[in-house]
Every structure is written in structure tokens, then in C-alpha cells.
Design a protein around this ligand. Structure first.
Ligand SMILES: [Zn+2]
Length: 232
């Protein structure tokens, strides 16, 4: 007999929060087995009332990496017996662990090149996109620069403004051309996390990006990236 899968619906929904957290840690440990960089794994629980807004924390020899693990909304639906089981299984914590492990693996041992002029490394923030970060001193022009370059495959047909908006990560900016034509570059945080819609009227929040509040109907909503701040 193998041990029952504690992440599967019937078992999971009968467990307590500490038991579920332990099951998630065990699953993440299995996913990252054999990674020598990893010296410890734990899971941070969300604030009171949103305990399942969890963050996976991987300790390495040089410090911690964090990534969002699951969401309170998904956790509630997973054990909601009024929802069809096939739909609930798509929200499985096992999938969430696998996705978090995948994100962590891509960030655990990223090679960098250190040359006399500077340091360079690359990430793949999404399929078909190579992001290079370079910090370098230019010997001849007495110039120092930190440059982020996103090389995007097959983006020829995409409007350059849309492309810029997709990858831009600073605060919102009103850009003005030489001919006086203006457009808004929306702000976005660099934070990794799920999109949530915040309703300013009824003060509720919802998973995903919604044009209006699904509850009170107000269009006074903001879509934001949910990020977890490091806590100690
Ligand atoms: Zn509302």
C-alpha cells in the first residue's frame, strides 16, 4: 500500500491547515529533490482570513527565493462540494506545487557571465522571450549602464506600443511624441503573482482581471498583481 495522496480532494479536504501546509511542503520537497542549491523549503501562510494565499520559500546557500504558491480563493473552491468535481480538480494544490517548482527551478541556478566590462545574465520570463540583464562599465566613454533587454520571438505583427506596455515594469507614464501625440504607458509592478481585481466600492476582491465588480457591479475596480512582501 502506498501512502494516500494528501493533496487529492477527498484526503485534502479532511485535513487541518497545519496538515495541509505540511503536505504542500512535502510535495515541494519531492519536486525539488536533487537540487543541491536548496538547503531548506518552507511555506508561508497568508494573513488571517486568507491563509491559503501561500508563498513557497526556498532557502539556498546564498539566500531565499520566494514564489506565490496558491490562492485563498482557489483553496475555497477546491473543497466546495457544490462545484463539479472535475472543475475543482483543475485547481488542485498538486498543480500549484508543480507550477511553483517550475518557476523556482528556472531561478535556482541562472548562469551569469562576469567580464572585465560587466555582468550579464538571462532569464526566460515567458515562452519565446529572452530577458537579458547587463550591468557594465564602458571603459572608453566613462559610462556605466544597467540594461534590460527583452528579445521577443515572432513579435513582428504586434504594435510596438502594446509590446512596450506588455514588458514595461515602471510606474505609469504619459509619453509625448515630437508631434505632440501622446499615449499612456500603464504602470505595472515587476512582482510575480496572480492578477486580482480590487473593488473600491464594496471593498471585495476577485481572482483575475474583471472589467467591473462581479459582486456589486461597480466599475470602480483596479486590476493589480498580488505580491507577497517578505516577512520575518
Ligand atoms: Zn464591488
Amino acid at each position: 500500500m502506498t501512502e494516500p495522496d494528501r493533496l487529492d480532494i477527498e484526503v485534502w479536504c479532511s485535513l487541518t491547515l497545519p496538515e495541509r501546509r505540511a503536505a504542500l511542503v512535502d510535495a515541494l520537497v519531492r519536486e525539488l529533490q536533487g537540487r543541491e542549491e536548496v538547503t531548506g523549503i518552507h511555506i508561508e501562510i497568508g494573513p488571517v482570513g486568507r491563509e491559503y494565499d501561500m508563498t513557497a520559500v526556498v532557502e539556498t546557500d546564498v539566500g531565499r527565493l520566494r514564489t506565490p504558491l496558491w490562492s485563498h480563493a482557489r483553496a475555497g473552491l477546491y473543497c466546495d462540494g457544490s462545484i463539479h468535481e472535475a472543475n475543482r480538480r483543475q485547481l488542485s494544490p498538486a498543480l500549484a506545487v508543480a507550477e511553483a517548482a517550475d518557476r523556482l527551478r528556472r531561478r535556482l541556478a541562472v548562469p551569469f557571465e562576469l567580464e572585465s566590462r560587466g555582468l550579464t545574465f538571462q532569464l526566460e520570463p515567458e515562452p519565446g522571450v529572452v530577458r537579458s540583464w547587463t550591468a557594465e562599465h564602458s571603459r572608453f566613454r566613462k559610462r556605466t549602464a544597467v540594461v534590460r533587454e527583452d528579445r521577443v520571438e515572432r513579435a513582428d505583427e504586434v504594435d510596438v506600443r502594446d509590446l512596450l506596455a506588455h514588458f514595461y515594469s515602471g510606474p505609469s507614464v504619459r509619453l509625448v511624441g515630437a508631434d505632440g501625440e501622446a499615449f499612456l504607458l500603464p504602470g505595472l509592478t515587476e512582482a510575480e503573482g496572480p492578477l486580482v481585481t480590487l473593488c473600491r466600492s464594496c471593498r471585495r476582491w476577485f481572482e483575475g482581471s474583471e472589467p467591473g465588480c462581479p459582486d456589486c457591479g461597480s466599475d470602480a475596480v483596479d486590476t493589480v498583481v498580488a505580491a507577497t512582501f517578505p516577512r520575518r
